[in-house]
Design a binder for this molecule. Structure first.
Ligand code: PGA
Length: 246
């Protein structure tokens, strides 16, 4: 089945000083090369989002998190409907840095996913094992996938497989491992939502993707795109990644 390919930039808490330049340069690159083999999505910090969503056409934007309620007394939080109201189409949920530093657990993530879908945002749902969990990876991934609802528009969910030990470390699983793990993730999805529906979901790889390794990762049969952190902040590198689809 032909699935949508995605190249997603996760700026994390970066980009304040040169954000407009970054976005403009990436847009110019897309215009110049006419590459449209993947959807390009940028997820900058919340405060930068409204600068972009108004002006850009070739790139879509997303938040890096959302609260599970629409409004209320939750100091420091942003809701899915707020993201939607400024023109976001996507939101990252369950990134390992939030699981780790904000203690986000599956119960809360489940609610966040529901809230995002209810606000018509597409969810980029991150899953992945820690280094200490490699031996029981399948169980970890199965329990993370369990946070997904069973009843949703299947094209509204994108899975990003990001081994926690690969994020920002320069370490990447072997190509064989990536392909096998992605196949296993699809099997876990099939168990939950059925074979046909599981085939509609794009599964991306994330964790130390860079201009050098993107092409071999993107050419794997089970990889439908990449979620890029560090390398998404450098225009030449991110442009090369965008160009890496065959
Ligand atoms: P990285 O981050 O590309 O810098 O490893 C990826 C991510 O955390 O999404």
């Amino acid at each position: 089945m032909k699935r949508t390919k995605y190249t997603i930039a996760n700026w994390k808490m970066n980009g304040l000083n040169n954000s407009i330049k970054l976005v403009k340069s990436i847009e110019n690159h897309i215009k110049k090369t006419k590459h449209s083999k993947s959807k390009i999505i940028i997820c900058p910090p919340f405060t930068l989002l409204s600068n972009f969503t108004k002006i850009e056409k070739k790139i879509s934007f997303g938040g890096q998190d959302c609260h599970y309620l629409n409004n209320g007394a939750f100091t420091g939080s942003i809701s899915a409907s707020m993201l939607k109201s400024i023109g976001c189409k996507y939101v990252i949920i369950g990134h390992s840095e939030r699981r780790q530093y904000q203690n986000e657990l599956s119960k809360e993530l489940k609610l966040k996913i529901k809230s995002a879908l209810a606000s018509n945002l597409k969810v980029i749902y991150c899953i992945g094992e820690k280094f200490s969990e490699i031996k029981r990876r399948n169980k970890v991934l199965a329990s993370q996938i369990n946070s997904l609802p069973t009843n949703f528009k299947f094209k509204s969910i994108i899975i990003a497989y990001e081994p926690v030990w690969a994020i920002g470390t320069g370490k990447v699983p072997s190509l064989n491992q990536i392909n096998n793990i992605h196949s296993k993730i699809r099997l876990l999805l099939a168990k939950k939502i059925g074979h046909n529906n599981s085939n509609k979901i794009s599964i991306l790889y994330g964790g130390s993707v860079n201009a050098q390794n993107a092409s071999e990762i993107l050419n794997l049969s089970q990889v439908d795109g990449v979620l890029v952190g560090g390398a998404s902040l450098k225009v030449p590198d991110f442009s090369k990644i965008i160009d890496s689809y065959k």
